[in-house]
Design a protein around this ligand. Structure first.
Ligand code: MLT
Length: 227
């Protein structure tokens, strides 16, 4: 993979600080934007590509963590020529079920009443296995704005099913999943790996949903060895 640039797209409800451990990956330009409040995955894909435009970068490996993976799929649909490789971390290709969509709007109502803490406290137990890392993850979640949290929930609820895209992906693809991820479990990663031609799947032991933060050394090694 030509990994001269990796564009890291974070998950929900997070900021680019969740990729701090990946800065240890050497020999690569890391672009790590904070995602703003936008209403659709296509808007997020346009935002992502604008980050490359602003730096004069033509093509990059797109690395998406969870919601960031949903953005990668939108980018592949809209701007395939800008994507030279893919790293899909703890994510899935399918759209929300009706029930999940309903849950998104219930969560928006909770954020309106209780602020971001309502989401942060509900999600924290599933984010990382390491107890020691939980305060830092909560702090990152609490640093996000209610506007971004609510807009991201609407964007995730309306995202299309990306399954039809997978067989046509023709860039080197690495799929990473925490063995204990219960939000986007290893079965999601296995399904994507089976559908994307020549995709490589790496399961990370002792890691939950934010495998890159829970077990940075293992994830960084997987990224570095993905040639
Ligand atoms: C994320 O980590 O980005 C979200 O949990 C993904 C989701 O809720 O679908």
């Amino acid at each position: 993979m030509n990994m001269s640039t990796i564009l890291w797209l974070h998950g929900f409800p997070l900021t680019s600080r969740i990729f701090e451990p990946q800065r240890a990956i050497k020999g690569v330009e890391h672009v790590m934007p904070d995602l703003p409040a936008l209403e659709t995955m296509d808007d997020y894909a346009r935002f992502a590509v604008a980050q490359l435009d602003a730096r004069g970068i033509e093509r990059a490996t797109f690395a998406g963590l969870s919601m960031g993976g949903y953005i990668c799929f939108a980018a592949l649909r809209l701007f395939p020529e800008r994507v030279s490789g893919l790293i899909l971390i703890d994510t899935r290709e399918t759209a929300d079920s009706e029930e999940a969509r309903k849950g998104r709007f219930e969560t928006i109502a909770k954020v309106e009443q209780q602020g971001v803490a309502a989401v942060a406290d509900a999600m924290l137990p599933k984010m990382v296995m390491s107890e020691a890392l939980k305060p830092a993850v909560r702090e990152i979640m609490m640093s996000t704005s209610p506007e971004y949290v609510k807009a991201s929930l609407r964007a995730m609820a309306s995202r299309p099913d990306s399954s039809p895209l997978l067989p046509s992906i023709n860039v080197p693809t690495l799929i990473i999943v925490g063995e204990h991820d219960t939000i986007t479990p290893p079965s999601d990663a296995e399904r994507m790996a089976a559908a994307i031609p020549d995709a490589k799947l790496v399961k990370i032991p002792n890691a939950a949903h934010l495998s890159n933060y829970d077990q940075p050394e293992a994830v960084n090694a997987a990224v570095e060895s993905h040639a």
